[in-house]
Design a protein around this ligand. Sequence first.
Ligand code: SAH
Ligand code: SF4
Ligand code: F3S
Length: 473
Amino acid sequence: MLEQVTKVHDESRQGEAFAPESAADQTYQKKFYIESYGCQMNFNDSEIVASILNQEGFGATRNFEEADLVLLNTCSIRDKAEQTVRKRLQEFRKIKQSNPGLLVGVLGCMAERLKAKLLEEEKLVDMVVGPDAYRTLPALIEEAETGQKAVNVLLSREETYADINPVRLDSNGVTAFVSIMRGCNNMCTFCVVPFTRGRERSRDPYSIIQEATDMFNRNYREVTLLGQNVDSYYWVGVSPENGQEETITFASLLEKVALISPLLRVRFSTSHPKDITDDVLHTMAKYENICNYIHLPVQSGSTRVLQLMNRTYTREWYMKKVERIRELLPDCGLSTDIITGFCTETEEDHQDTLSMMEFARYDLAYMFFYSERPGTLAARRYQDDVPEEVKKRRLSEVVELHRRQALESMQKDLGKTFKVLIEGTSKRSEQDLFGRNDQNKVIVFPREHYEKGQYVQVKVTDCTAATLIGKVV
Ligand code: SAH
Ligand code: SF4
Ligand code: F3S
């Protein structure tokens, strides 16, 4: 695979350490090192943490050996995600032995899920900080510096960090993520997010527009609006434009961001099939700079399993939604998340998932086998009764089908010409650049005299299952 499509669950980025290019900045007296796991919202939170720490005199470093503070911003979505962090903590235990002054903090969803228990289980951890408590980091660090353990895992109904300008930690200078909401009210029975992230709340739209405008003025050319369920974005307040009370839905927010400039591409993730409206689809159709790409997780193709998952839609309802998208946005890219082996899933249910894939012809899929999460409704109500080898076999069938479909989806584009926003140099070759088309597909092409941040028309001449290959025309 060439460049990975950067999306909410980009497995290739898990645990990477990020700091701005100018990390060697001497203006900071102390240094922090941060690794991020999980979804893009968690990566974005790390940028908020960086902003708060900069204010406190901590500069970011990519080298943990020179850090005074090591932070792991963690994910709980599947057991494997937590195991990865546990292993990493083992490694930091050794480093701390040779540098006892080093502070180690666990942030994010694992901190929220395990709370102070984490301090008992992982003795080297000094701080446990939940996703809504990052403003208190300075006080917590001070406390930890005196040798005490510091914990704040309070969830909030209001916190959106709207006024904090994220410090871009791993920026290509062209594309950026902007969180528009936090938390989730959906209670899918398999999912830990409502417990680790709390209640859903929407961020002030004008702070979102300001952040996106600011990015555009600094030469960014694409923003991705982030939320666990962007279609339920909802804000009521007084408009600073006319002093009137107004209601902003996701469709109206999308429009406002699209109007910043036709040169600014707008993407968003994730859409819940039950909440994406015709209004959103019409807005996408109306503005050329809103990208024709929707991440619409189906999870399962079986109505019975969907009901057990509390997804609140049926197989037929989801299919109608896909048809509606194709009707209003004929060349829209479509991606999904799929879970195999959820409680009670039969071979027949599994076949329903495969046939759903045949129907929807996803361009991209993120596929997982079910991992029971403590405290979730599924863990409390249902038995995790599909044997692991069956879950994995079904997953490999889903992956196999997706691989075929992804290649077909790419082959369909041979000979076509796409508008591409250049994001940088290809990982494979210095001679090549890469960018993405409207549908979120990665395209690699010879550099010639082009530069990142430019839009170019690229004609596709070849492909793999993950990448289109072409030439600027
Ligand atoms: N808010 C998004 C998804 C967030 S979690 C949505 O509603 O679609 C990202 C994906 O992880 C989910 O879509 C689901 O496919 C997967 N996932 C969540 N919990 C899981 C679990 N317990 N086991 C396996 N996969 C899970
Ligand atoms: Fe989890 Fe469902 Fe919320 Fe997505 S919508 S974060 S899967 S509870
Ligand atoms: Fe994201 Fe993982 Fe938390 S997917 S919301 S970091 S559990």
